[in-house]
Structures are given as C-alpha cells and as structure tokens.
Design a binder for this molecule. Structure first.
Ligand code: FAD
Length: 426
C-alpha cells in the first residue's frame, strides 16, 4: 500500500519461490465478528489464529496481499531477544524486570518453531544460530559483558562470545569477534506468513485481501470501514505496522517507517565456503548489514543507509555496494532479485504494544519482528481474554512519540541516521 507498492515485492526472491496461495476475496457488504484484525502480516495472523483457537469469530482485513508487508519481504533472520541487549535492559529496568521481558521475548522463538511444526509449514526453517559480528574491536568489550549478563543474570546460557578466528570459522569476512546465539536461525518469511494464514483459515478465520481499512470508530463497539463494506466487532487489533499510515495517528506517532533494501544473488558456487554452518549473520554497525544463505544456496543480503524517502533507481546496485564491502570475493556475482520494505522503528527500539479500549495494537519491533510479531499477536489475544500479565509487561515499555508526530518524524529520522552513519564510519 502506498510507498510500499514502489518497493518491488514482485521482484523478490520470496515472491518467486512462494508456496501456492489462493487469493482471498475483497470485502463486500456489512459483516459482524467478535474480533476484526487490520493487517495480514505475522502480528495480525497470529492474533487471528490464537483468537480463533480460543473460540472467537475473526475477520482479517488486509489492504494488499497476505504477507506482502514486512512479514513476507524481510531478511528472514530469527534473532532471539529484543533490539536492546540484556545489559541495557538491566540498566533501564533492573534485573528482575529485564529478565521477565527477555524470558517473554525468548519464548517467541519456540512459539514460531512450534507453530511451524504443528501446522507443517514448509518455510526452509534452519535453527543453525545467529551471529552478531563485531564490526570494531571495541565492540568485544560490551559483547563480553552481554554474554556474561545473559548467561548469569538472565539465565540464558545459549550465547557464546567468539574471537576473531572463531567468527572467521562461521563466516568468510573479517570481524573482530562476535556473539553466536545458538537458538537463532533463519527461514523463508513469506512462506512462513502464508503458512500462518493457512492455519488461521483452517481454524475458521475469514480473510479479505485488497480491502484497505479507511475508517475506525470505537464508540459502542468497534466498526471498521472499507470502500466496499464494513465490519462491526467487539474488539479490533491494529496490525498494520509501518503501513498503518493515518488510521490511528496517536498510535502511529510512536513508530517511524524506514525503508530498507534486500538482494538475493544467483545460487553461489560455494555457499558453504561463505557461511560454513549456515548461521544467520548481522553486524554491530548502527546501520546494520544482515545476511544469510537461502535453501538453494543464494546469499540474501540486506543493509545500507539511505536518506531520501524515494527508493534507489537500481536496488540491486544499491545493495551490491554494501554486499561487496563485506564480501569482496563476491565482486561481480549476479544478483537475481532485489526489493525493499518498510521497517518500523520506535525511539527506544522496543516494541509498542498496547490498547485503547477495545482497540489493541502491536508494532514497532525495530528490525526484530520476524519472531516477535507472532508472539505479540498471541499476547494481544491473551489480553482480550483477560490474562493481562504478559501483555502488560510489553505494554509497560510504551515508547515516546516522535517529536512533531507523524509530520516531523521523517526529517528528524534523516538527521538521526546521518549522525549514526557518521559514527559507524569514524
Ligand atoms: C526489508 C526488511 C528486512 C527485515 N529483516 C528482518 C530480519 O531479518 N529479522 C527480523 O526479526 N525482522 C526483520 N524485519 C522486521 C520484520 O519484518 C517486521 O517487524 C515484521 O514483519 C512486522 O510484522 P507485522 O505483521 O507487524 O507487519 P507487516 O508484515 O508489515 O504487516 C502489516 C500488514 O497490514 C496491512 N495494512 C496496513 N494498514 C492497513 C489498513 N489500513 N487496512 C488494511 N490493511 C492494512 C499491510 O498491507 C500489511 O500487509 C525486516 C523488515 C524489513 C522491511
């Protein structure tokens, strides 16, 4: 929808290798349900699936196609935890609350792999680990403290601190070392999302595609309005993430959409030589590079900063520069697919989860939504059922709005990114 339409999803590796999906109809006429969900990415689909399993009648309204938001076009990296590390969380919230938050975030990984298993979702799941590569020597200091804090105070003994040589054994580029989380991994995100949608349909959920919601009112029950129909419901879930736009300005002012670009090479001659143990990799730069192998031996690489809102004319060339800086040995390797997507970030880099009466929402995973979004959808349904403890824990993180709201956040973001990109270079 909107700007997202210019980001070449049809050229993506994921669209080219998507499992079969039968298009759903456009909403026509007036409908009723217990729950109406706006948006069919992983947040909305997970909320719908969990609500249907709890016995609610559910309608999803998707403005475009199921999975064609961030959920079906991301890097596919399963990175356990939150965008803020354990040490920072302890500093901000104390040990007990940090541990409760991370316990919940870590649960997301098992929730996702459990659903993949339960519904037999064919999405190239690899539970091979996630490596956070240290871009600078000084990163090793905080990485050592992070691994120690995770293992002791957070009771999460799954992360190893790697030396430069250990990191080199994981990926054929130069890092000063890194953190290897053995519970990370990667997957084909569009096929996972379509699998969730199929599970939701089987549980009795009704999905409408090409049905953008243009109006929302919450007086005397919830009512959402599309061009060709409406849905009345007891509750609504807003799961539009970076694409929600003007539907709920107060909710929306706490997230900032940032365009990010991804490319997939042709299958490599020696993928194992590049990433021998098939881990997903991201680096410690503020403007993150992230990459992994696909099931058919391509490199799927995302990253690089861009300060103008319009997409680069040649997305493949844009990503190639960043890819070849990390892997000079791939110079000239053909790129078969390139596309973009909108990541939603918050000022704190922690998710924005909450409710306004009977309207619940979750978004702003700040680049870590592949597994967190499925968990967030489940937490919203727990809250609807009156089990609010875990929902409240995430809701208590409420990030502040961007100054100037929706109008000013773009220019401010550009300034912020320039500053951090400069710091990366220095
Ligand atoms: C390029 C890119 C790379 C990323 N890489 C990673 C990664 O490797 N690892 C990781 O953990 N995270 C990554 N992320 C983040 C992750 O993809 C997202 O956090 C997550 O997918 C958000 O899921 P969602 O369901 O909340 O939103 P989306 O998947 O964006 O779904 C929102 C849906 O709502 C619909 N919608 C919006 N408004 C309306 C409306 N008014 N009416 C009807 N429908 C509406 C949209 O059409 C869309 O389909 C990446 C994101 C991008 C863009």
């Amino acid at each position: 929808m909107g700007f997202n339409d210019t980001l070449a999803m049809t050229s993506s590796y994921y669209a080219a290798t998507a499992n079969a999906w039968q298009d759903r109809p456009t909403l026509a006429g007036d409908h009723r349900a217990d729950l109406v969900v706006v948006g069919a990415g992983c947040t909305g689909l997970s909320a719908a699936l969990h609500a249907a399993r709890a016995g609610l009648s559910v309608i999803i309204l998707e403005g475009g196609r199921v999975g064609w938001g961030a959920s079906g076009r991301n890097g596919g990296q399963m990175i356990p935890g939150l965008r803020k590390g354990a040490v920072e969380l302890v500093r901000a919230f104390g040990v007990e609350r940090a541990r409760a938050l991370l316990d919940l975030a870590f649960e997301a990984r098992d929730l996702v792999t459990g659903l993949i298993d339960e519904y037999g979702i064919a999405c190239d799941l690899k539970t091979t680990g996630h490596l956070l590569g240290a871009a600078r020597d000084k990163d090793l200091r905080w990485m050592a403290a992070e691994a120690e804090c995770l293992a002791t105070a957070m009771n999460y003994p799954h992360v190893d601190l790697l030396s430069a040589a250990d990191a080199r054994a994981q990926v054929a580029t130069a890092y000063s070392g890194g953190l290897l989380d053995h519970r990370g991994g990667h997957m084909h995100p569009l096929n996972y999302t379509l699998g969730l949608a199929r599970a939701a349909l089987a549980a009795g959920v009704t999905i409408f595609e090409h049905s953008p919601v243009s109006g929302l009112s919450a007086a005397g029950g919830v009512r959402v309005q599309c061009a060709s129909g409406s849905v009345r419901a007891r509750h609504a879930v807003l799961a539009g993430d970076a694409l929600l736009e003007g539907l709920a300005p107060r909710v929306n002012s706490r997230i900032m959409p940032v365009a990010n670009y991804v490319a997939a090479t042709r299958p490599l001659k020696d993928p194992v030589g590049l990433i021998p143990h098939d881990v997903a990799v991201s680096d410690s730069r503020f403007v993150v590079n992230y990459y992994r192998l696909s099931a058919d031996g391509r490199l799927i690489f995302g990253g690089g900063e861009r300060y103008t809102p319009d997409p680069p004319r040649d997305m493949a060339a844009f990503v190639r520069g960043h890819m070849e800086a990390v892997f000079p040995q791939l110079r000239g390797v053909p790129i078969a697919h390139a596309w973009g997507g909108l990541v939603s970030v918050t000022r704190t880099r922690l998710p924005h989860v909450g409710r306004q009466g009977e309207v619940l929402f979750a978004h702003g995973y700040s680049g870590l939504g592949v597994i967190l979004s499925t968990l967030a959808g489940k937490l919203l349904v727990e809250a609807l059922q009156g089990q609010t403890r875990r929902f409240d824990l995430f809701a208590s993180l409420e990030p502040p709005p961007f100054p100037g709201g929706v109008a000013l956040r773009g220019p401010l973001h550009v300034l912020g990114m320039l500053w951090y990109a400069l710091r990366d270079r220095l």
